[in-house]
Design a protein around this ligand. Sequence first.
Ligand SMILES: Nc1nc2c(ncn2[C@@H]2O[C@H](COP(=O)(O)OP(=O)(O)OP(=O)(O)O)[C@@H](O)[C@H]2O)c(=O)[nH]1
Ligand SMILES: [Mg+2]
Length: 680
Amino acid sequence: MPKYRTEDIRNITFVGHSGSGKTSLTEALLVKSGKIGEAGTIERGTTTTDHDPLEKEYQSSLDSALASLDFEGIHVNIIDTPGFPDFRGPTVTGMAATETTALVINAHNGIELSTRRLMRRAKGRRLCRIIIINKIDQEGVNLTRLIKQIREELGPECLPINLPAENLSTVKDCFFGTDGETDIFSLAEAHEAIIDQVIEVNEELMEKYLEGEELSRDELHDAFEQALREGHVVPICFTSAMTGAGLGELLRFFKRLLPNPTEGNAPPIMKGMGKEAKQVEIKPDPDGHVVAHVFKITNDPFVGKMSIFRIYQGTVGPDSQLFIGDERKPFKVGHLFTIQGGKHEEIDSGIPGDICAVAKVDDIHYDAILHDSHDEDNFHLKPVNFPQPMYGLAVEPQSRGQEQKLAQSILKLTEEDPCFIVEHNQELNETVIRGLGELHMRVMLQRMSTRYNVEVDTRPPRIAYRETITRAADGHYRHKKQTGGAGQFGEVFLRVRPLARGEGFEFVNKVVGGAIPTSLIPAVEKGIRMVIAEGAIAGYQMQDMEVEVYDGKFHPVDSKEIAFVIAAKHALHDAIKNAGPQILEPIVSVDVTVPDAVMGDVTGNLAGRRARISGTEALGGGQVTITADMPLSALSDYHTELKSMSQGQGSFTMEFSHYDPVPHEVQRQLEADHKPKEEE
Ligand SMILES: Nc1nc2c(ncn2[C@@H]2O[C@H](COP(=O)(O)OP(=O)(O)OP(=O)(O)O)[C@@H](O)[C@H]2O)c(=O)[nH]1
Ligand SMILES: [Mg+2]
C-alpha cells in the first residue's frame, strides 16, 4: 500500500518560456523535500529531469519528464516540460494529465510570448493555474513592475499569495496572515486584495467578511479552491531555485491550497465521439473500476517501451488485468513503476491521482484509456488540441539496406511525440517527417543517430497543394460502349458548388424516381471520389466543394458499376472545367525570434517571401519575436538564410493555419508541370 492517500496527492505541470528555470526549480524542490541530497545543475548536466544525453548537450529540456517528492504528508508529482515551442507536444499532453498548471516566469524577462499562449491553453482546458515568479535573485529585477505587467496582460485575477521579504532571501504568506514586512508592498494590502478576490465566489462568506467577521482557515481554503477551479484567482508566488528563497513556502502552498485529485475540476473523460461525446462521471475511488489515461510513451534503450499513465479511478497493481481502449486488448500489468527523471522504481500499487508506468506492452499507444470493465468502452480523454506539424523533411538512409531500421526508428519517435509525424508519398516514393520547427527536426534526427544508429540524408519535401473550384457549374457525361458481347451504358448529370475554406468535400445524392438505381449510386460516388483524390488540373487532392448528382439514365442490361464510375468521372471533369478551378497552397503561422539588432533585415526578408506580418513583440534579453502568416512554399530554405541573417541566433517555429489560392504564375507552372505526367 502506498504511504499516502489520494487526498494527499498534488499533481502539477511546470510550463513556461525556455530558461525560466522549470528544471532547476524541480531539482531545488526535490532537494528541499529531502528526496535527493544535492542539487544537480543544468550546466553540469546532472539534474533529475533533464536526463536525456541530448538535453545535457543542449542544456535545455527537450521532452517532458517526471519527478515526485514527499513533503509534510503530501505526495507531489511534478511534470517538468520543455519551454521551446518546438516541443509543445509533450508540454500540452503533460498539462492535460494534472489538475494544476504552474506557469513559471523568469523574474528578469517578464512575460514572454509562450507565457501568454500557455496561460490561454490552461484556461481553455479548465485547469487550475498558478504563477511562479522564479529567479528573483537576479540583478535588476523589478517585481512591482512585473506584478503590474502580469495583472494587465494575464488578468486582474492574478494576485500574489506571498511576497518576497528580507532582501529576497525568503517569502511571506499573505493569504492566511499579515505578519511582518516585505521587500515590495504592504502585506496587509496584498492580503486584502487576494481575500477580496477569492471570497467573491461565495456570497455568504462575502457578507460575513464585509460585516467584519473573522473567516476560518477552512472557509478560506474552500473558497480559495473554488476560485482556483473557476479560474477566478491565479495566485502568484516567488522563488529562486538558486538561493532557495520561497521553496519551502511553495511546497507548503501546494500542501495547504492546491487541489488534490478529488478537488480539482473533474477530469474531462468522455464517452462517445464527436458532437455526441458526453463527459462521464469519474470518481477518484480506489475501489472503483480502473480508468487510467496514457499521456506519455518513452522508448528507453535499456527497458524498452514505457507507457506512462495517470490513474483517475480504481487501483492498479502488478496483478491487475487491464484492457487497452475500445479494442479491449488485454494485458497483465506485471511490474508497476513510478518514474523519477530517467529512472524508474517498482511499486506495488497505484491509486487515483497517481502517475505510474508499465514496461514493454507494445499495444499501448499515446492517448489510450486503460480500464478493467465493460462499461469503459468508448471512453477517451477530451482531445488535446495540438498544433499541426508543418515543418517537413524528406528523409532517406545514408546507407542502403537501412530502410527498415529507419522506418522503425521513426515509428518509435512518432509514438513519443504527437507533434512529430511521418508521411509516405507512394507516388514519389518519399518519406517525409514533419514537426514544429527546425530545432524539433534536428533533435529528432540526432535521436535517430544516437539512439538507433541511423544516419539520414534530408531534403525539402514536396508541398501539399490542393485544388478547389471558385464557382458553381453543371457537368454531364454519357458513357456508351457497344463492342461485341455485353455493352456498357451510364449517364450522369451533376452540379458542383464551392464550400467555405476548410469544409472539405461533400457528396450529395439528389437523384429521384430511380433515374439512376440506388444500387448504382455508390458507383457514381466512387467515380467522383477518384477525381477528388487525384485532382482535376494539377494532380492534387480537391477540397472545399460539394458535388450534387441530380439526374442520369441507365439501361436495364448494360448498366454496370464500371459504366457509372466512368460516367461520373467524366461528368465531374466536365463540371470542374467551367467552375474556375483553383490551386490552393498551405499557409503557415510562423514565429521568428531574433536579436533586436537584425529585426529590420528579417522583416524585410519575410516580406519578400510573401509573408503578412501580424505582430512583433519585444522579449526580454534583447530578443524580439515576429509573428506572420506565409506560404509554406516560401520557407524551404528559410532556416539557412535566417541563420546567416542573425549570426546563428535566430529560430522559428510554424504551424498550419489555412489554405489560400496560389498566385496566377504559380498555378500556371503547377498545371504545366502536371501535363507531361498526365500524358504518360
Ligand atoms: N540566478 C538564477 N538562475 C537560475 C534560477 N533558476 C534557474 N536558473 C538558471 O537558468 C538557466 C535555465 O534554467 P533551466 O532550469 O534549464 O530552465 P528551464 O525553464 O527548465 O528551461 P527549458 O528546459 O529550456 O524550458 C540555468 O542556467 C539555471 O542555472 C534562479 O532562480 N536564479
Ligand atoms: Mg527545463
